[in-house]
Design a binder for this molecule. Sequence first.
Ligand code: GRF
Length: 196
Amino acid sequence: MSQRVAILISGGGSNMLRLVESMTGDHPARPCLVVSNDADAGGLAKARALGIPTAVVDHRPFGRDRAGFEAALTRVLEAQTPDILCLAGFMRVLTEGFVSRWQGRMLNIHPSLLPKYRGLHTHARALEAGELEAGCSVHEVTAELDGGPILGQARVPVLSGDTPETLAARVLEQEHRLYPLVLRRFAAGERGRVDI
Ligand code: GRF
């Protein structure tokens, strides 16, 4: 029986797209939902064009009531009975309550070589620090922001003249390779780390 995968996005959804496109044939998982906290997220149209069920749970009406937003999000998720959640450019910080409900079944991609550069503006910080290499990480989500077990990493060189934008574009290409690879292994029950 295929693992059902719900993907959470906030923006363009290029990682979501690669994940959806990868779940075919003998892949042990299939996409069951793409949900965004932003109705204007470009990834929603991409998911709809592929026939994937979509939903929006706008976080703004909830204000600072994170638990309220997450209760609404949980209702939408549970309706599709996912086995795995993939955060793919999902820009809301999740509470410990939400994370504990899904811990062990929730992945995230982060655009740095964790544990370095948790949080935001990872490429600008790496350039500022004079790093010679950068990359991305797929990890299990725990209550510690960007801190869960690392399941995979991909590395890229930092080139002279790089800006945060040029470095982000180089890393994003590797995100699109890494996330589908890690999801396939995870859905097959593998938990070992892969480096590409
Ligand atoms: C990616 O760089 C990802 O690492 C970060 O947000 C970006 C999402 O891009 N979390 P997309 O929406 O998947 O195109």
